[in-house]
Design a protein around this ligand. Structure first.
Ligand SMILES: [Zn+2]
Length: 409
């Protein structure tokens, strides 16, 4: 179950903590580790031996010699296992097998409606996981965890969606239990924008502790990273900026949102909202992706709408910047890939409206992982749990003599 690996005590500088130190750098020698931890060389040697025996470390060449035999470098063996990751969207999903370093080994995308319900969607995902494992030359025994992102609110501790508006049939459904029989590994679930935030931060902004990730697609959502961790709020609803009301200033008619309120950011500035506007104006735009295509083709009305959407999103982000003081805002989702006008509109308003102290070091950038942010983030969510010092110490303690918890890879 989701929180199993959290239980049990962490030995101070046990093998798990030692692995963590090695993972944080590009490799370490016994002397490096002795200097970092203050432990005796004999204890370090013993920890290294334990980690090597579990295939978690590999020799990574030699460090520069200061005279005598050059010291051996050890690095984390990222291929000691794999993670299954899925980013389930409203109509479009992406799945991947990654190694324990978050590197994608095999991936697939496909069209399936989340509204088809958990049985059908998760059967579909499981079949593809199986095919991707084969494609990457791995099998079920190599899987150390499963990470799933869904387009709705989730109770992270239990992996159950909670009143998800666009996911009929999923309310309270235990996603981890669906995978429990086949894989006896942690199954972690989060909402799509939180995993995207995690993927982007881990890959491109590892040194940044305060980051907002804004997804602009059919809807609008925001993943909030504070002090290096996902901020979920009291009920897991933090970051739901799509339902903040925006004051447009003009006297256009009020727009009713899917949530029942009027003039929510999502009802005015999302890809879905733009598609509806364009359709009213006689342009064919069925969904968010059609808006992207029109804007890319240079259709003036679509480009103007994208810019205006950027400004409206900027209004809400300007307030969020004053509240959270992030140093990076990453804009993702398919509309962000459409046109630089979205980012330009956001920047224009945020830099104008937020307090100068809060924007002095603020960067507003486009997602570099694009449509891979979700699967990478889902994998990272799992990796950070299964490689945590407590989980590693527990895994090593549970292995019968002569066996290994991790694959040679
Ligand atoms: Zn709303």
């Amino acid at each position: 179950m989701a929180s199993e690996a959290d239980s049990g005590g962490v030995q101070p500088f046990g093998p798990g903590a030692m692995l963590q130190l090695i993972r944080e750098g590009d490799g370490a020698t016994r002397a490096d580790l002795a200097a970092l931890t203050g432990l005796a060389r004999s204890t370090i040697a013993q920890r290294i031996e334990q980690l090597v025996a579990q295939n978690l470390l590999r020799p990574a060449g030699e460090s520069e010699s200061t005279g005598g035999r050059p010291p051996m470098l050890f690095a984390f063996n990222e291929d000691a296992g794999v993670v299954l990751a899925a980013d389930l969207g409203a109509t479009h999903s992406r799945l991947a097998v990654t190694n324990l370093g978050g590197r994608v080994l095999a991936e697939a995308a496909g069209e399936i409606a989340i509204a088809a319900g958990p049985e059908e969607v998760l059967d579909w995902a499981d079949e593809r996981f199986h095919a991707l494992l084969r494609e990457s030359g791995r099998d079920d025994a190599d899987v150390h965890g499963i990470g799933i992102g869904v387009p709705g609110p989730v109770e992270h501790a239990t992996g159950r969606p909670r009143n998800p508006p666009i996911m009929p049939g999923w309310d309270g459904y235990s996603i981890p239990e669906r995978f429990a029989d086949r894989y006896r590994v942690p199954v972690l679930v989060d909402n799509d924008v939180n995993i995207m935030a995690r993927g982007e931060q881990w890959t491109n902004w590892r040194q940044v502790s305060h980051l907002l990730f804004v997804k602009v697609a059919t809807g609008i959502g925001c993943g909030v990273i504070v002090d290096g961790r996902i901020h979920r709020g009291a009920d897991g609803a933090a970051g739901d900026i799509g339902h903040i009301r925006v004051v447009t200033g003009d006297d256009t008619e009020e727009v009713t949102c899917s949530c029942g309120n009027v003039d929510c950011l999502e009802a005015l500035a999302s890809g879905g909202a733009m598609a509806r506007r364009l359709t009213v104006e006689g342009l064919e735009a069925a969904d968010s992706r059609a808006v992207v295509e029109l804007a890319r083709a240079g259709e003036a009305e679509a480009v103007r709408l994208v810019r205006d959407s950027g400004r409206l999103i900027g209004e809400v982000l300007a307030a969020s910047v004053n509240l959270y003081n992030p140093s990076v805002i990453v804009i993702g989702g398919d509309v962000a890939q459409a046109h630089e006008q979205l980012l330009a509109g956001i920047r224009e308003v945020v830099y104008q409206r937020s307090l100068p102290l809060a924007t002095r070091h603020l960067r507003i950038v486009r997602s570099q992982l694009e449509d891979r942010a979700g699967v990478i983030g889902a994998a990272v969510m799992v990796i950070e749990q299964v490689l945590s010092p407590a989980a590693i110490d527990a895994a090593i303690a549970a292995v019968p003599p002569g066996e290994q918890a991790f694959a040679a890879g």
